[in-house]
Design a protein around this ligand. Structure first.
Ligand code: PLP
Length: 239
């Protein structure tokens, strides 16, 4: 193995151990939680190694970086998740490679995703990004819609040609009542997911938890954790 492959294998094993322990502590089966490795800022060569090591889900947050990476890795059996704030002018590109867009947070974006998914003859999974620190505007600083906005957006996605409503996503808030209370935030997301599934029973994905708080997410009931730093290392630049 190359040095990088050895390093990534060791990091992956540690993350796997953490997820397994968190599942055990929560009385959950390991299969209930899917690991998504966030490869943003890291090269396509790392994505290739991760694929060789058995990773099946990767995530990116910037189309400029993600599009060429996904093209370079098109031969690999990977599912690509888009987790960043998404401008409508990038939607055509993102729909070209993303299997799931986790950052759906406004009706204009739903319309653009639907239009481009139909054009590309693809079905794109959508998660509503929930901002648990949304202010009076009903929107979060880092994207996301406040809890009161979920239902309307979910109905729009469910009715939109080319789109599939898969569930909810959140990032632990840095401000507001949930600041520093990651597990409470993720538990709130799970309650919101339960509400959502009354009208949309197939929308079962709950995407929550990153390198620093994946245990809290698993304890709260997340189905997907998004881990970057703990697998790939500290990112060379903000992203
Ligand atoms: C970068 C990122 C992650 C991963 O964060 P780490 O702390 O590196 O594990 C997860 N989710 C989103 C939305 C991100 O942008």
């Amino acid at each position: 193995m190359t040095d990088r492959k050895t390093e990534l294998a060791a990091n992956l094993a540690k993350v796997e151990e953490r997820i397994t322990a968190a599942c055990a502590a929560a009385g959950r089966a390991r299969e209930e939680v899917t690991l998504i490795v966030v490869t943003k800022t890291y090269p396509a060569s790392d994505v290739r190694i991760l694929s060789e090591l058995g990773v099946r889900h990767v995530a990116e947050n910037r189309d400029q970086d993600a599009a060429p990476k996904a093209a370079a890795c098109a031969d690999l059996p990977l599912k690509w998740h888009f987790v960043g704030q998404l401008q409508t002018n990038k939607v055509r590109s993102v729909v070209g490679y993303a299997d799931v867009v986790q950052s759906v947070d406004r009706s204009r974006l739903v319309a653009a995703l639907s239009r481009e998914a139909v054009r590309a003859e693809r079905e794109v999974g959508c998660l509503i990004q929930v901002a648990l620190d949304a202010g009076a505007s009903g929107r979060g600083d880092r994207g996301g819609v406040g809890p009161e906005g979920i239902e309307e957006l979910a109905d729009l996605v469910a009715e939109a040609p080319g789109l599939r409503l898969d569930g909810l996503m959140t990032v632990a808030p840095l401000t507001g009542e949930y600041a520093g209370r990651e597990q409470a935030a993720f538990e709130r997301l799970v309650v919101l997911s339960t509400d959502l599934r009354r009208a949309h029973p197939a929308a079962t994905m709950v995407s929550a938890g990153m390198s620093a708080d994946l245990e809290q997410a698993v304890a709260a009931g997340a189905t997907h954790v998004r881990v970057g730093t703990a697998v790939l290392g500290v990112r060379p630049r903000l992203g």
